[in-house]
Design a protein around this ligand. Sequence first.
Ligand code: PGA
Length: 252
Amino acid sequence: MREKIVASNWKMNKTLYEGLNLVRDLQMAMNGKTINCNIIVCPPFIHLASLATLTFSGIVRLGAQNCSDKASGAYTGEVSAAMLASVGIHYVILGHSERRAYYGETNAMLKEKVKLALNHVLQPIFCIGEVLAEREAGIQKEVVEKQIRESLFDLSAKEFGNIVLAYEPVWAIGTGKTATSEQAQEMHAFIRATIADKYGSAVAEETSILYGGSCNAGNAKELFTNPDVDGGLIGGASLAVETLLPIIEAFS
Ligand code: PGA
């Protein structure tokens, strides 16, 4: 059975104190409840080492929002995969559309990041998704296939087994405009078929594919009941326990 996951992407939000409180409050709110998914919390880099010192219940793990495409050296301001692993991080979001759009991250650069992450036993949460103009032109599947192929398809099947994918239509991120349940399922099924073509159906069936883009308490359940939607990558709604917990509980 592939893993069900709710991953929080805090983006550039929360001071250290606010972040520590949010994680503590979330764990307290889940105490005594049956939780049917794994939870990944991705705060800004600077909070990771402090958050790693908290005692986590088994289902909560930490991820970073990015890592460098270089192993080490004279790259001012960058954080390497090795550094993340050294503070006890398990996941790293790679290829988020904000990184692609605002920081010029290309499929080729992301391929390097993925390799470095895997070399340090970090599981990439690899983001893919089309912009509105591409959806309107009807080329969303080609766009997503290219993102996957150019950054991930050099991996061996064994390496690919450590990838979590997140389909995030860019027009749905932070806009309050969620993909419909049908749009999400159609794209997730396409992504799984693309993986099956390359690595075979066993690998494809084991790959968790998350949906991201204005996922909230009101739409999570419907999105997550789709057979190919294995959870969510949550931005805005991950910033408060009241908005995140119902998404986690959508896996009932
Ligand atoms: P959102 O962000 O939930 O605020 O739309 C999702 C994301 O960018 O990962």
